[in-house]
Design a protein around this ligand. Structure first.
Ligand code: NAP
Length: 230
C-alpha cells in the first residue's frame, strides 16, 4: 500500500511495485487525483480515497483495501508536505499544524491501524521518506525538521515493535527510513529547464530503492536510515 500516492513520487513507487509483481493499493485524500495517479501508474494499481489524518477513516480504509486487494504486507508512506519561513520567529502555527498533520498524524494513524498486518507478514515492510535537513537543521525550516524528526522517531519505535514481534515468533517485518534531499521528476525538470536540482533524487530512483526493500533481509532493514541523496 502506497499512502500519499497522488504525487509524482507516488506514481513512480506504485508503478515500480506493480511492475515487480505486487498488487498495489494507492491512497490519497482526493478521489480525482488518486484515480488519475493510479491510471498513470498502470495495471495492478488500485486507487483508494482516504483522509489519513482521520483515524476512523484509516480503519475504514483497512477494511476496503482488505476486501478489494487483500491484507496489507507493506506500507510505503509518502505523505509529508513542506513549509519554510525566514527564521525562528516567523515559524507559524499554521505551518506547524500543516506539517504535523502531514508528516506525523498520518504516519501515526496508518501505522497504528496497519502495524499488526505488516508485523504478521512474512515480507512486512514499512517505509517513510525523510529529509537530509533533519541531519543539519536550519532556522528557516525549524517547523519542517521538527515534524520530520518526529516522524523518524516514530518509525524507529515501529522498528522496535517489529523486532519484538519477530523475537516472539511473529513475522519478519522491517521499518525503514529513506532519506533524500529533494525529489525531482521529469515534469518538474521540464517545468524549470533553468534549474539544476543539485543533490535531488529522481522519483524513479526512489521507486527502485523501495522495490529493493523487498529483496534485502528484514533484519538488515529494520531501523535502518538509508540515504538516497549525495
Ligand atoms: N518533495 C521533496 O523534495 C521531498 C524532500 C524530502 C523529503 N520528502 C518526503 O518524501 C515524501 C514524498 O514527498 P512528495 O513531495 O512526493 O509528496 P507530498 O506532496 O509530501 O505528499 C504526497 C501526497 O500525499 C497526499 N496527501 C496529503 N495529505 C493527505 C492526507 N491527509 N491523506 C491522504 N493523502 C494525503 C497528497 O495528495 P492529495 O492531496 O491528493 O491527497 C500528495 O500528493 C514525503 O514524506 C516528503 O516529506 C520529499
Amino acid at each position: 500500500m502506497v499512502t500519499g500516492g497522488s504525487g509524482a513520487s507516488g506514481v513512480a513507487v506504485a508503478r515500480a511495485l506493480a511492475l515487480a509483481g505486487y498488487r498495489v493499493a494507492t491512497v490519497g485524500s482526493d478521489r480525482t487525483r488518486i484515480t488519475a495517479a493510479a491510471q498513470q501508474a498502470g495495471d495492478g494499481v488500485t486507487p483508494f480515497t482516504c483522509d489519513l489524518t482521520d483515524f476512523d477513516g484509516v480503519r475504514q480504509l483497512r477494511a476496503e483495501v482488505g476486501a478489494a486487494v487483500g491484507p496489507v504486507d507493506a506500507v510505503i508512506h509518502l505523505v509529508g508536505g513542506w513549509r519554510g519561513a525566514k527564521g525562528i520567529a516567523d515559524q507559524s502555527d499554521d505551518d506547524w499544524d500543516f506539517l504535523e498533520r502531514g508528516a506525523v498524524t498520518t504516519l501515526r494513524n496508518v501505522s497504528r491501524v496497519f502495524f499488526d498486518d505488516v508485523a504478521a507478514s512474512p515480507a512486512g515492510r514499512f517505509a517513510i521518506v525523510s529529509s537530509t535537513a533533519v541531519d543539519k537543521p536550519t532556522a528557516a525550516v525549524a517547523n519542517y525538521v521538527a515534524a520530520k524528526a518526529a516522524a523518524e522517531a516514530w518509525t524507529m519505535a515501529m522498528a522496535d515493535g517489529f523486532r519484538r514481534t519477530s523475537e516472539a515468533g511473529g513475522g519478519q517485518a522491517a521499518a525503514t527510513i529513506l532519506v533524500v534531499k529533494a525529489l525531482v521528476d521529469d515534469a518538474l525538470r521540464r517545468a524549470h529547464p533553468e534549474r539544476k536540482f543539485p543533490g535531488a533524487t529522481d522519483v524513479a530512483y526512489l521507486a527502485a530503492a523501495v522495490v529493493r526493500l523487498f529483496d534485502a533481509p528484514a533484519a538488515e532493514l529494520n531501523g535502518a536510515r538509508l540515504r538516497l541523496a549525495d
